[in-house]
Design a protein around this ligand. Structure first.
Ligand code: SF4
Length: 165
């Protein structure tokens, strides 16, 4: 299984979710969060005449001459968002495309004030990414599915029914 930005994001969200997704148990279509994400994409496409860019095994929200931009619904999972963007920056760097990352959080009910964070692909972040990928590869190659995490995040997770019903 090729590691993707989504798999990296899920690793930080929930080990079980990461495992299930990487092993092709894909329940994404049932997720309200995924639907909201799609709507955000449509709004941006309409406003900016730009939309997401698919490139090998990655999907980029927007690329400018300086930044790769990732849009998130909230800043509740910042570690996951950061590492996902570092992964994208590294994939591009490996192809000779050097960019910085910009995380843009679309806070609920706050149309005007979008929080942003700039991410650089320095040695420290590359080391963190390599360690993360190593851990993910170990996790998803296990025979046993990780246990349900019993977390409040579960209620909004696309695997909720799979895990609890
Ligand atoms: S429902 Fe909870 S335990 Fe199951 S995959 Fe989602 S976050 Fe993980």
């Amino acid at each position: 299984m090729k590691i993707t930005g989504t798999i990296i994001n899920y690793y930080f969200h929930c080990k079980r979710q990461c495992y299930l997704f990487a092993n092709r148990v894909n329940l994404e279509d049932n997720s309200e969060d995924v639907r909201i994400g799609k709507v955000l994409h449509e709004i941006r496409a309409h406003d900016n005449k730009e939309t997401e860019i698919k490139y090998e095994n990655i999907v980029l929200d927007k690329v400018s001459s300086k930044y790769v931009e990732e849009y998130k619904k909230s800043d509740s999972d910042t570690e996951a968002s950061r590492m996902q963007l570092i992964f994208y920056l590294k994939q591009l760097q490996d192809k000779g495309i050097i960019r910085e990352g910009k995380l843009i959080y679309n806070e609920k009910n706050k149309k005007e004030s979008k929080k942003t964070e700039i991410i650089k692909l320095d040695d420290d972040n590359i080391n963190k990414l390599n360690k993360c990928i190593e851990n993910i590869e170990e996790l998803i190659s296990q025979d046993k599915v990780p246990e349900v995490e019993q977390n409040k995040k579960c209620k909004r997770c696309s695997y909720y029914e799979y895990c609890y019903l």
